[in-house]
Design a protein around this ligand. Structure first.
Ligand SMILES: Nc1nc2c(c(=O)[nH]1)N[C@H]1C(S)=C(S)[C@@H](COP(=O)(O)O)O[C@H]1N2
Ligand SMILES: [Mo]
Length: 426
């Protein structure tokens, strides 16, 4: 429900909610509505004229009432928008699929425009036959569809030292979850032939993009041959320019930086390159000043998306839907717990659908809110048995010098007036 929903509409939804929850819970407040509602008793403007014809919007956009549901950046985080990041409005979304139009963007040298006709993908290095594929070539290989999340390793990175950004969009919005159509990288590597590489166990691929930054990353051959996709469609349509049109790499469960956009080259190598993006950046500085490297996998994590600072409770005490999302780069989410009191007591949330490997899972906790303040938290479990850590537990092993891979439990302080704020319970 948004502030744009008319009074009548909100009452209709309220009635539907009451029916679903069973009579008694909210029926009393509905009965109190006094006098005829003109939205029901009077013929409205939208019923006396004609609506738009079918071609009014050849490619549809969200209705203007929903214009607040959009990507946002945080000006002070980066010097300019060229090498920067914006955030998915996760607070306002439901289900699991991220619409491409509001899926976060992260560029190191801006989003480039690269036409399909100008697209080339080179496979070289320790292969039997170096190959170059055009876009039309790629379309002729057998393809697969998979839903995967892509999370920047810096997601939640501003929260290490204390609570900072006031909204789930800003604390956890460097993530999107789409259905990709693409070719297994394995297929293309095998097309070039891996005989020349010898024993594949200690081999790597180095992947780079066509943009000025190139964003080169080394990936162990084992992963390259496992589930990595060379993708050209997301959510059924061509990738958006900002997400790597016409072709990007999809590296399931691993940090977003490895998902090279505008993919132009895959080189088979006998060692890692140790490029900028895997040494000076995307390594995790520990308390003693040394850094962890090769921390590719995104550990299990979750966040309550509503209520949250951008999604206050407007309806007062009574039935309340608490919802959020959970994900893990190590496998499927098996459960999510929700706490209303800062982690003292936990309740099992309901999963919107069974967790799927390396994809977002939606969770719900439907409660009757008594109007008292809450310290809302969520805690994810994945199929490896891993449990999302508290901030204290994470700091014990990782210190506070890091930016990347902060997957600790998030707290929203919900006050009696329904407003929510980002606070730290460690
Ligand atoms: N070629 C290229 N690929 C890139 C980047 C880039 O700047 N250039 N940014 C990386 C980073 S850091 C992330 S988190 C993801 C973000 O993907 P998105 O913009 O589709 O959200 O793309 C990765 N791939
Ligand atoms: Mo990233």
């Amino acid at each position: 429900m948004t502030e744009n929903t008319g009074k009548g509409a909100s009452r209709r939804q309220f009635l539907a909610g009451a029916a679903a929850l069973g009579a008694g819970t909210v029926a009393a407040s509905v009965a109190k509505a006094a006098g005829p509602d003109p939205l029901i008793t009077e013929v409205q403007e939208w019923a006396t004229g004609l609506g738009d014809g079918v071609d009014a919007t050849p490619y549809g956009l969200p209705i203007h009432f929903e214009s607040d549901v959009r990507r946002r950046n945080v000006g002070w985080l980066t010097a300019d928008t060229i090498s920067s990041i914006n955030f998915t409005p996760i607070h306002a979304l439901d289900g699991t699929i991220t619409p491409a139009g509001c899926a976060f963007e992260r560029h190191h040298s801006g989003a480039i425009e690269l036409a399909k006709e100008d697209y080339r993908l080179m496979i070289n290095g320790l292969v039997d036959t170096p190959l170059v594929f055009t876009y039309a070539d790629l379309e002729r290989f057998p393809r697969e569809n998979h839903v995967y999340f892509c999370e920047c390793a810096a997601n939640t990175g501003m929260e290490w030292a204390g609570s900072q950004l006031n909204g789930a969009q800003f604390t956890h919005g460097m993530i999107h979850n789409m259905e990709y159509s693409g070719i297994p990288l394995r297929t293309l590597l095998e097309e070039a032939g891996l005989g020349a590489a010898g024993d594949l166990k200690d081999k790597w691929v180095y992947v780079e993009g066509a943009d000025a930054s190139s964003n080169g990353r080394s990936i162990p051959m084992e992963k390259a041959l496992d589930d990595v996709l060379v993708a050209f469609k997301a959510n059924g349509e061509a990738l958006r320019k900002e997400h790597g049109y016409p072709v990007r790499l999809v590296v399931p469960g691993w940090e977003g930086n490895m998902w090279v956009k505008w993919l132009r080259r895959v080189e088979v190598m006998d060692q890692a390159v140790e490029s900028r993006e895997e040494t000076s950046k995307y390594t995790d500085t520990l308390a003693d000043g040394t850094s962890r490297k090769w921390t590719w996998v995104m550990d299990a994590k979750s966040v309550v998306t509503s209520p949250s600072p951008q999604m206050p409770i407007k309806h007062g005490p009574g039935p309340l839907v608490i919802t959020g999302m959970a994900w893990s780069g190590r496998g499927a989410i098996t459960g999510v717990d929700v706490s209303l009191d800062g982690g003292k007591n936990w309740q099992k949330a309901r999963l919107g659908a069974p967790g799927a490997k390396n994809a977002l899972t939606r969770f719900y906790l439907d409660i009757v809110w008594d109007g008292s303040e809450m310290l809302l938290q969520s805690r994810a479990h994945d199929e490896t048995g891993y449990v999302q850590p508290t901030k204290k537990q994470l700091r014990e092993v990782r210190g506070e010098n890091s930016i990347y891979h902060n997957n600790c439990i998030q707290t929203w302080w919900v006050t009696a007036d329904g407003k929510a704020e980002n606070v730290e319970v460690s």
